[in-house]
Design a protein around this ligand. Structure first.
Ligand code: GRF
Length: 196
């Protein structure tokens, strides 16, 4: 099985997954490895991190495409180019800041995963930490879920919860949530690999 991870920025979740795959020997235990890291941002810092880890990288600038569908089609072709014939592929969105078309999502149905920085179904979309603070929530967290055409609403695979502290800013809360993301995403992927 090979894993392709899509990023748009720092790639800290990607790195956590790559490190877990090496530490837990996913190749031997699940016949799985991270085959490539692809970004829609040509300057995404995560691309350098992936290359340092010996992972193949690619970037597709979404601004170079006439439509969302054209970008998604090119992205799918690139992802599929890393597939091993006859082997299932797992596509992981990790800080990937693009809304994907239903055609793309359906092409990878059941094997497309995302991590969202809130306790879904609360706070789908953006600025989740500020919204949780503004709502007076006492708890926040992250959710790993299968991706369906409806944004941030697919079947939940894993969640982590953190407290919202009285003097939290969106930044301090984001850091607390991100550290939990780095734990639950690799664990959720390993669980998926065990059943694939
Ligand atoms: C972070 O806001 C994280 O909560 C979300 O995507 C953003 C960037 O993550 N999942 P990463 O460092 O690029 O993995």
């Amino acid at each position: 099985k090979n894993i392709v991870i899509l990023i748009s920025g720092g790639g800290s979740n990607m790195l956590a997954i790559v490190k877990a795959s090496k530490r837990e020997n996913w190749a031997a235990n699940y016949q799985a490895q991270v085959a490539a890291v692809i970004s829609n941002k040509t300057n995404a810092k995560g691309l350098a991190l992936a290359a340092q880890q010996g992972i193949a990288t690619a970037s597709l600038d979404h601004k170079a495409f006439a439509s969302r569908e054209a970008f998604d089609t090119a992205l799918a072709q690139r992802i599929d180019s890393y597939a091993t014939p006859g082997q299932p592929q797992l596509v992981l969105l990790a800080g990937f800041m693009r809304i994907l078309t239903p055609g793309f999502v359906n092409h990878y149905a059941g094997r497309l995963v995302n991590i969202h920085p809130s306790l879904l179904p609360a706070f789908p979309g953006l600025h989740t930490h500020q919204r949780a603070i503004d709502a007076g929530c006492k708890l926040a967290g992250a959710t790993v879920h299968l991706v369906t055409p409806e944004l941030d609403h697919g079947p939940i695979l894993a969640q982590a919860v953190v407290p919202i502290l009285p003097n939290d800013s969106a930044e301090t809360l984001a850091a607390r949530v991100l550290s939990q993301e780095h734990l639950i995403y690799p664990q959720a992927v390993a669980s998926l690999l065990q059943v694939q």
